[in-house]
Write a protein that binds this ligand. Structure first.
Ligand code: ARG
Length: 587
């Protein structure tokens, strides 16, 4: 139980005693900390229910609260706000309980859901761009938070390896190197070595995609190649496997550098065999129509304010597209994985795609009503010019290059700040990696998920301000205080009732961790944890400015402060961990 929930229960009971709904008793952190620690605004709504003036109800509730042993003060302000503060003894008690709880007061979900987080979404041959970067960072943070909360999380990148882009590549490679065995009729044995490198693919793909836009003959060849690949053409399949492998290798390396992991590594192609039976079922359900030689599902719904093109299940040429594999993937996730909730952490620009797919899934009975599918979209990461972040030459930025950039910036900053100077080179390098990744992730996650933001390397990598490196440094500083205490044989002990506001504020802040986790999950918004982590560092600094742990003479107080510092560190580290940010031991 968290303190806020406990206070809400007490206050709810006070409302119930007056014959009113206990739900009016919701207690929140105070908007005006100089007046009280907490507040309850329920009297206004309760007044409507009871047909009485809000102040009258607030007074009655406040009076009941005042007699509770944990409540130091309950007073009515304004039209009927109830300001509440708890006793210093209660703060210490709640602090002791929470600080010693490995979950820091958060209660595991009572009914764990199976949550599929679909994020990152890299493609064969296409360099990951900044959209994939945001998807990776946000998706990972959400997956971590749901996991921490006790849900069963399945992380799947939904690798793009089956649609038209594969046909484009095959057609282009065939034209460039027609003599390769993959293109010889009847060939069945193929080399183990890939005929193309990732660099080749990244050169070939954009050119082929561009060409298909105006060269109809080439586009048709690519469509045919897509169909043949999907139908099992041995040469195309063999070539496809090579392209997939070289792409995946590089992507896994990038994910490794970011500390991002997946439970499944499935791609669009993995559901290929599920498509036929699914299409059968959809036909039986009567939702499939023929249109111009293609199979489609109409997805308009009553009340639509715009036109919705149908979902194309099977193209005129007989190929399966992005939407079809997504539909079959939902089928798989519902039936095989038992998904209750599917979060698609994907760029906002795919909104229409997901509307089509989700509607078709409902209409065709692929997704039963109780299963939640959600496009957890995000805004764009822009460059300083306010346009989507690109390389200086105007090209797509590779994820690997972005990582390189932030790590280089971190190395420079660490040097400038004279940090880690005497440490062995490997450790310094590891610190630079951690700091660079923290700069990148925090720079993203501190923003509202749905907002656009500007990638500002200078600001993100600074050790000052709302940044990842600042928070890492703050945590490292607490670690060093704890180490010093240990060297001086200062033992931590139970928290003592606080006597200064700096202590009270820190304790009250740390006690709110459970609510922050819940809010982050409910809103799919890691910026709440990011903001909270930043405030944790500030609250700790104010506490440490006032309470000089190492030189305090009173033994009990010193021991209690030390525990408070440890608790602050655990909270900060766990918050950062949920954002995918690791803290070095020293800096
Ligand atoms: N590969 C896709 C892209 O790069 C993103 C995949 C998103 N996930 C999904 N289930 N469609 O655009």
């Amino acid at each position: 139980m968290s303190l806020l929930r406990h206070l809400s229960e007490i206050t709810g009971r006070a409302f119930a005693d007056l014959g009113l709904d206990a739900s009016h008793g919701l207690v929140l952190p105070s908007q005006r900390p100089e007046l009280s620690q907490f507040q309850c605004n329920g009297a206004m709504a309760a007044a409507k229910q009871a047909g009485k003036p809000p102040r009258e109800i607030a007074e009655a509730v406040a009076e009941k609260l005042s007699s509770h042993p944990e409540i130091a003060m309950a007073e009515v302000a304004g039209p009927g706000f109830i300001n509440i503060s708890v006793t210093d003894e209660a703060l210490a008690e709640w602090g002791n309980e929470t600080a010693s709880d490995p979950r820091l007061g958060h209660e595991r979900a009572e009914e764990p859901l199976t949550v599929v987080v679909d994020y990152a979404g890299p493609n064969v041959a296409k360099a990951m761009h900044v959209g994939h970067l945001r998807a990776t960072i946000i998706g990972d943070a959400l997956a971590r938070t749901f996991t921490f909360a006790g849900h069963k999380v399945i992380r799947d990148p939904h690798f793009g390896d089956w649609g038209f882009q594969m046909g484009l590549l095959i057609a282009a490679i065939r034209e460039e190197q027609p003599d390769l065995p993959y293109f010889q009729p009847g060939a069945e044995v193929f080399p183990e070595e890939s005929p193309v490198t990732l660099d080749d693919l990244q050169r070939i793909y954009p050119a082929a995609a561009e060409r298909a836009r105006h060269d109809e003959e080439f586009a048709e060849e690519a469509r045919q190649a897509t169909v043949k690949l999907q139908q099992g053409h041995p040469g195309y399949r063999a070539l496809w496997r090579h392209m997939k492998t070289v792409s995946e290798e590089s992507q896994r390396a990038d994910f490794g550098a970011l500390g991002v992991e997946f439970d499944l590594w499935y791609g669009e192609s993995d559901v290929h065999d599920l498509i036929e039976p699914m299409v059968e079922r959809l036909k039986e359900a009567g939702v499939v129509e023929e249109s111009d030689g293609a199979s489609i599902i109409r997805i308009e719904e009553e009340g639509d304010k715009r036109e919705w093109p149908p979902l194309i299940l099977e193209s005129r040429t007989g190929g399966f597209l992005y939407s079809t594999t997504d539909l079959a993937t939902i089928d798989f996730r519902v039936r095989e994985l038992g998904a209750d909730l599917m979060l698609y952490v994907v760029d906002r620009r795919q909104g229409d795609h997901f509307t089509q797919v989700f509607r078709a899934a409902r209409k065709g009975g692929i997704a039963p009503p109780e299963v939640v599918m959600e496009h957890t979209w995000f805004g764009t990461m822009n460059g300083p010019d306010g346009k989507p972040f690109r390389t200086r030459e105007g090209g797509v930025v590779r994820l690997g290059d972005v990582i390189q950039m932030v790590v280089d910036a971190a190395r420079k900053r660490i040097e400038e700040a004279n940090l880690a100077e005497e440490y062995p080179p490997e450790e310094r390098e590891r610190i630079a990696q951690l700091v660079g990744v923290a700069a990148l992730k925090f720079g993203d996650l501190i923003n509202n998920r749905t907002s656009d933001y500007v990638f500002d390397l200078e600001r993100f990598s600074s050790f000052e301000g709302k940044t990842g490196p600042y928070l890492q440094y703050a945590a490292v500083r607490v670690k060093s205080i704890l180490r010093k205490a240990e060297e001086r044989s200062i033992e931590p002990g139970p928290l003592v009732p606080p006597t200064t506001d700096a202590e009270r504020n820190l304790i009250i802040h740390l006690l709110q961790f459970p609510e922050v986790v819940e809010r982050t999950m409910e809103l799919r918004a890691p910026n709440h944890i990011a903001e909270y982590a930043f405030e944790t560092a500030g609250a700790f600094n104010r506490f440490y400015d006032t309470c000089h742990i190492l030189s305090e003479e009173d033994e009990a107080r010193r021991a209690g402060w030390l525990s408070l510092a440890r608790w602050a560190l655990s909270t900060l580290e766990l918050s950062l961990h949920l954002l995918g940010i690791e803290v070095p031991d020293r800096m």
